[in-house]
Ligand binder design. Structure first.
Ligand SMILES: C[S@@+](CC[C@H](N)C(=O)[O-])C[C@H]1O[C@@H](n2cnc3c(N)ncnc32)[C@H](O)[C@@H]1O
Length: 261
């Protein structure tokens, strides 16, 4: 099956307005968590510095308003029965859950992503955060039932029902070959979500596509995708991942477009 992939460079609050209502089957959003500091913290003996990207820095009121706006737009473009997945940490996930419930999404699960090799805590004044959280909601589930590929998930979990605690290590170096994005998600995480909640030929939207992980996984599994990203510095990474030097069978079947908003 030939799939189509659009990468639209621009602010998702603007770009989303140009996408038709009820036109996408699945939304995956990995938004700013609002946890970055102007000057990140680091260890003496390690190169790792906590997030300090300007795109993740908001004041309290602006952050809430931003979250309401993009979630509302994502719910508008989602088809009836479509799924929306949002991810975050304690910094943003409660707000996102509140907004989704307020917009009448049916919450199906909250997933705890356990990172066995999470970075140590630098301040030593609290427990080491080693999880992120994902909320899976569905739109107008009474009119049209949401999709859940139960049997496939069970098969992927050695024949046992898949639980809501997912143990997935941090994004391995082997997936970062195309360049550095500070919050690139592991392919395994997106693979589970896309295979669980969509079928071949469906369209998946990611309003914060970053290094292009969602589009990359959608392309690998025969789904169409729309990815939005506002930082131009990440475009070369996205391009390398979506048009790799060595083509696979799926690559030749895909058309990738890069658009400026
Ligand atoms: C948490 S990262 C997403 C990482 C992505 N899941 C990946 O695997 O690479 C959030 C991304 O959203 C982008 N971003 C932040 N605000 C945005 C906005 N208003 N519109 C579009 N992109 C935005 C950032 O530049 C960043 O790349």
């Amino acid at each position: 099956m030939k799939t189509k992939h659009k990468i639209i460079m621009g602010d998702c609050l603007e770009v989303l307005k140009s996408i038709s209502a009820e036109s996408v089957d699945l939304v995956f959003a990995d938004p700013p968590y609002g946890l970055a500091k102007k000057n990140g913290l680091g260890w003496k003996y390690s190169k790792h510095i906590t997030l300090q990207e300007a795109w993740d820095i908001f004041n309290k009121d602006d952050f809430f308003e931003f979250n309401i706006k993009w979630v509302t737009e994502c719910m508008r473009v989602l088809k009836h029965g479509g799924s929306i997945w949002v991810c975050g940490s304690f910094h943003n996930i409660y707000q996102l859950g509140f907004i989704l419930q307020h917009l009448d999404a049916k919450i199906n699960n909250s997933i705890v992503w356990f990172k066995p090799n999470a970075q140590p805590n630098i301040t030593c004044r609290m427990f080491t955060e080693s999880t992120e959280h994902l909320i899976w909601g569905a739109k107008n589930h009474i009119k049209t039932k949401w999709m859940f590929n139960y049997n496939l998930m069970k098969t992927m979990n050695n024949g046992k029902q898949m639980r809501n605690v997912w143990e997935i290590p941090l994004t391995p170096k082997s997936e970062k070959w195309a360049g550095e994005h500070p919050t690139q998600k592991p392919v395994e995480l997106l693979k589970r979500i896309i295979l669980a909640c969509s079928k071949e030929g469906d369209t998946i939207l990611d309003p914060f596509v970053g290094s292009g992980t969602t589009s990359f996984v959608a392309k690998s599994y025969g789904r169409n995708s729309i990815g939005i990203e506002k930082e131009k510095k990440y475009l070369p990474i996205i391009k390398k991942r979506l048009n790799p030097p060595q083509k696979t069978i799926n690559d030749s079947e895909a058309e990738v477009q890069y658009l400026e908003n």
